[in-house]
Design a binder for this molecule. Structure first.
Ligand code: BMA
Length: 367
């Protein structure tokens, strides 16, 4: 997403240098073109949250091991690495999932160096209570208080400044900004986060999004963010696509987070329906589409990958699908296979599908 101001500045720079050519694409524009290229080739990139930092039976900070549950099972890294920066706003050195931010920054650079794509989520703390994202007691009106004129505005700017510092610090070996799919204020259609629909009107939500956008994109001038909006699935999630949609000028990718809680059949049907609706919306608005989070906690069906997830994607033009994390410290909180896990063989078959892209498939496609 390039704002008009950024575009004009680039044009002036091009003119001043006596050059009449188009300004060079920003890192975010290059990333967008890469994702569009995948969609045109019918390649759905596979992503896994926190893949390089920990897995079911390991974590990188204790052992220094550079592992990946996906690579252990399928022989390659995921194409998309999901990372979570909740806690950065408080100035913490560990994320809310206890991953050192130093390692997160390193892992992002490492994945980028290998040709992979990164997406960043942010489970922000509650600025009114300094509780976590799930602290929804008396949450009504919190977002409104964060806007200009509100009593939480100064704190909000402090938090956004820390987020901006982190995002600006993502650099490749030549010091160039590393582009990321940036997915703040997600799952707003549900009632589990303090910025969710029961506590935050569409106007307040859109104003919060715009505040975040204005600050990071314009004030900080970051050129490495591809802005992704993703309502979480609820029976009201249509509201998320429509009333809570922040606007074409500040969104690049439209996604949805859908997890399986019921039967395989129910998940397939629901996912297909929502992706079909969103595909229409993405087409009309000229945006990319993705299944920004999904999974079936502890994968109770050993054939879930080929029987359920693959057909759920049908022929929706999704750029990627991101599976949630394999928690190392919670018994059954995992969404991707690991060595010896019951669905590992089926996952291998899924990953071998021509349509599904791990890191090597993404790189094979070129720019
Ligand atoms: C949730 C769970 C939590 C975690 C949060 C942020 O879905 O996995 O345990 O803290 O995501 O990663």
């Amino acid at each position: 997403m390039r704002t008009i101001t950024q575009y004009l500045l680039l044009c002036c720079a091009a003119l001043a240098s006596g050059c009449s050519q188009q300004p060079a694409p920003t890192p975010a524009e290059t990333l967008e073109a890469r994702l569009r290229n995948c969609v045109e080739h019918g390649l759905v990139l596979f992503g896994h949250q926190d893949d390089l930092f920990y897995g079911k039976h390991w974590n990188r900070w204790d052992s220094g091991c550079e592992q990946s549950d996906i690579r252990a099972v399928a022989g390659d890294y995921p194409a998309i690495l999901g990372v979570e920066i909740g806690g950065i706003e408080l100035g913490d050195s560990l994320s809310l999932d206890r991953v050192p931010f130093r390692l997160i920054r390193e892992g992002i650079a490492e994945h980028h160096r290998r040709g992979g794509i990164v997406t960043v989520s942010w489970h922000a703390a509650n600025p009114a209570t300094e509780g976590n994202s799930w602290d929804v007691e008396n949450a009504a009106g919190t977002a409104a208080r964060m806007l200009e004129g509100g009593d939480l505005h100064a704190l909000t700017r402090e938090w956004l400044a820390r987020v901006g510092d982190f995002l600006a610090s993502l650099r490749d070996d030549n010091g160039e900004p590393i582009p990321v799919i940036w997915r703040p204020w997600h799952e707003m259609a549900g009632g589990w986060f303090w910025w969710g629909a029961p506590y935050c009107s569409p106007e307040e939500y859109k104003a919060l999004w715009r505040l975040t956008f204005e600050y990071l994109q314009n004030e900080r001038g970051l050129t490495n963010l591809l802005w992704a909006v993703s309502p979480g699935f609820t029976d009201r999630c249509d509201t998320g696509y429509t009333d809570y949609y922040p606007g074409d000028d500040c969104v690049d990718l439209i996604g949805i987070d859908i997890y399986q809680y019921g039967t395989d059949e129910a998940f397939r049907t629901l996912t297909r329906q929502h992706l079909a609706t969103l595909a229409d919306m993405a087409r009309t608005h000229g945006k990319l589409l993705a299944l920004t989070e999904t999974g079936y906690e502890s994968i109770p069906n050993p054939a879930w990958w080929t029987e359920t997830l693959l057909p759920a994607l049908d022929d929706a033009p999704v750029a990627y699908v991101l599976l949630w994390r394999n928690a190392w410290d919670r018994e059954n909180h995992y969404y991707a296979p690991f060595e010896g896990e019951a669905s590992a063989d089926d996952f291998k078959a899924f990953a071998d599908e021509e349509r599904i892209g791990l890191l090597g498939d993404l790189n094979a496609l070129g720019e």
